[in-house]
Design a protein around this ligand. Structure first.
Ligand SMILES: *[C@@H]1O[C@H](CO)[C@@H](O)[C@H](O)[C@H]1NC(C)=O
Ligand SMILES: *[C@@H]1O[C@H](CO)[C@@H](O)[C@H](O)[C@H]1NC(C)=O
Length: 643
């Protein structure tokens, strides 16, 4: 078509078209280059309300409600949690084997009964399309490596470049060539195992998975059983490389978060966008309270919003189990209300916001109540969660059980650790952590060698914690088979006699009430039970490459007392939260002049503001005290304008 300059109306029409086309183009290229996860991602995940049983209809119905009621508040990613490929039939459960739908290349595909639109090889394409048409983004959960079912089925590996079976050194490679059986996922032993990323075929398999997810239209991947106690740096690093090369911007999320320390996270945070830093969070007060220490440690280590995969990365405190829920590990959908009371829910949302955790709502939206809705859409909390900075635990508080109005003494500054009893547990940390090199070999007599934790050799905490090297004279078949692989590695026994070996990965999540000094189970030749002792005093797990430490934890996190967090807002306002983790109410207080101590470059002599839950104003506080009575498990949140 010829553009006639004489006709001003048609030329402006074409100009408009041109501009439109240009703006579409720049938008598309911006989208690709845009910093990923520039603020903590927000959305919904199916696990807390459906465990693994969610169907296409239930999922899309929840997505629709998000798009209508929560998208305006930036709840954007809707994520299908684990086992979307498992047939929901009698006998199938969380760690069952042989109920999964896999393709000819050993890749998981959605169960066509629960996900009817996946029929005909379409995978999640249709679901992703519908989610996108709602203006939302689509996410899926995947496990580490390869499924045991694919290894047992001896499926060939797809070469995505040729479209045929992967060949190298003149032969076709199969699932059993890359699967590391002795590195089965510690919390789902029958389901999945690591793949050997040193092999071209191992890399080809991972590539074939993530390229397929991208072709389905996936925008978010939660990779489970690769972090925390199940750390698998090789897989995380390689998957991250694959994601970087794709045309589709996919956010990369890691799980689980058991035993995660800032040192451990630093090894992978640059390759991801969010990573869990705690075990699964459910709706119990102990779970909420257990997040305070770890959130503080990551804030202090400057990990909040540090650089990540083509953007930023965020320590993730886990989904919000609020509203209408199911139970962990169950085979059924939502059937009960959240067990946290309103104060506890408020405390959870306030901590998650002050720590800038991703906010992934877990309740069934078809049955959301007004209270839950207004809590998860609270504009001040969401503003803090997305845009605040300088987020940190604020140490300059004091507490008093005296009623309001009475003069508060300055004598009892936080931390009030005297009130807490401590117990020792075995944990894991990065091997670079100097705290990890405190193991010592002892030989009480010729026939016995044990490895003890140095710290408690003097018996300060009763018996020193010692592990016994196994002295097996008879070699089992297994031992012969794996012996060369684990040369120099040891089984560590709980006692000289019993055949119980130390596990690198606790089977259960660690919460406030269930501490033990170590986790032992019957000895087998499994990477999870193999340890290497290094001359620098570290004890390295063959499963995760993490090192064992003994750490002291508070026996009852719920009694840890008063906590406070601080952050600054976009317009210079100060957010100050007081939390009461005790079961009695208490007065928590700070001085206005103390606020500047943690805010670089600010001097503060006077503030105005209000507490948001009560709506109570402060008046103008000149060198004054901010003090309020905080109920059991409750919090107060101040928005302050100070100068
Ligand atoms: C101890 O030695 C191991 C193996 O050489 C090394 O990876 C680790 O970083 C060392 N750790 C410390 C704390 O010295
Ligand atoms: C306010 O507190 C600061 C720091 O403690 C102090 O230097 C200053 O003199 C105080 N001002 C008044 C008016 O009390």
């Amino acid at each position: 078509m010829k553009l006639s300059l004489s006709s001003s109306s048609s030329s402006s029409f074409f100009l408009l078209l041109l501009l439109l086309a240009l703006s579409v183009l720049t938008e598309a290229s911006n989208r690709k280059d845009e910093e990923r996860a520039s603020t903590p991602p927000r959305g919904w995940n199916s696990y807390d309300s459906f465990c693994w049983t969610v169907s296409e209809e239930e999922f899309l119905h929840n997505a629709e409600i998000i798009s209508e009621k929560l998208h305006a508040q930036k709840y954007e990613y809707v994520v299908v949690d684990y086992l979307w490929y498992r047939k929901k039939v009698p006998g199938a459960y969380v760690d069952s084997l042989g109920f999964d739908v896999i393709d000819e290349w050993g890749r998981m595909i959605p169960d066509p009964v629960r996900w009817p639109s996946s029929r005909g090889g379409k995978g999640f394409t249709e679901v992703a399309k519908k989610v996108h048409s709602m203006g939302l983004k689509f996410g899926i959960h995947v496990m580490r490596g390869i499924s045991t079912q694919a290894v047992n089925a001896k499926t060939p590996i797809l070469d995505t470049i040729t479209g045929g079976a992967y060949e190298e050194s003149g032969r076709v490679w199969y699932a059993q060539d890359i699967g590391l059986k002795e590195k089965a996922c510690a919390w789902m032993r029958n389901g999945f195992m690591s793949v050997n990323t040193d092999l071209g075929a191992g890399k080809a398999f991972l590539r074939s998975l993530y390229q397929q997810y991208a072709s389905w239209g996936v925008d978010f991947i939660k990779n489970d059983c690769v972090f925390g106690d199940d750390l698998n740096v090789n897989e995380i690093t390689y998957v991250s490389e694959v994601l970087k090369e794709l045309d589709r911007p996919i956010l990369y999320s890691l799980s689980p978060g058991t035993s995660v320390t800032p040192d451990m996270a630093k090894a992978v945070s640059g390759s991801t966008n969010l990573y869990r830093i705690t075990g699964d969070d459910w709706d119990s007060w102990g779970d909420v309270a257990a997040h305070f220490d770890v959130a503080r440690d990551f804030a202090a280590a400057k990990m909040i919003g540090s650089s990540g995969l083509l953007g930023r990365s965020w320590p993730d405190l886990d989904m919000l189990p609020l509203g209408y829920l199911t139970d962990p590990g169950s085979n059924e959908g939502p059937h009960r209300r959240c067990r946290l009371n309103l104060k506890e829910q408020r405390t959870q949302m306030t901590l998650w916001s002050m720590a800038k955790s991703p906010l992934m709502f877990g309740g069934d939206l078809r049955n959301i109540d007004d209270t839950t809705f207004s809590l998860i859409t609270n504009p001040i909390l969401l503003e803090i969660n997305s845009y605040s900075s300088n987020n940190a635990e604020f140490p300059y508080i004091r507490k008093s059980s005296s009623p309001r109005g009475r003069k508060l003494g300055r004598s009892r500054m936080y931390p009030t650790s005297m009130e807490e009893s401590e117990v020792e547990v075995l944990g894991l940390t990065s091997c670079k952590d100097p705290k990890a090199s405190r193991w010592l070999v002892e030989e009480p007599d010729q026939s016995l060698e044990r490895i003890c934790w140095k710290e408690n050799m003097e018996g300060r905490y009763g018996e020193p914690f010692c592990l016994y090297k196994r002295n097996s004279l008879v070699k089992s078949d297994e031992e012969i088979m794996y012996g060369s692989q684990y040369q120099g590695a040891l089984h560590l026994l709980a006692s000289e006699k019993a055949n119980y070996c130390l596990n690198a990965s606790p089977r259960r999540k660690i919460t406030s009430s269930e501490f033990t000094r170590g986790s032992f189970s019957r000895c087998t030749w499994n990477a999870n039970q193999m340890w290497e002792f290094h001359s620098n005093g570290t004890l390295i797990s063959s499963y995760s490459g993490l090192c064992a430490i003994m750490k002291k934890v508070k026996a009852n996190v719920g009694a840890a007392g008063a906590r406070s967090w601080i952050a600054t807002g976009r317009s210079g306002e100060i957010y100050l939260a007081f939390f009461n983790l005790n079961s009695d109410s208490m007065v928590i207080a700070t001085e206005v002049s103390d606020l500047a101590k943690v805010l670089p470059g600010r001097s503060i002599t006077s503030c105005v503001g209000k507490e948001i839950w009560s709506g109570t104003g402060l008046g103008r506080l000149k060198n004054g005290t901010i003090a309020t009575k905080v109920g059991s498990h409750d919090c107060a949140l101040y928005v302050l304008n100070c100068n």
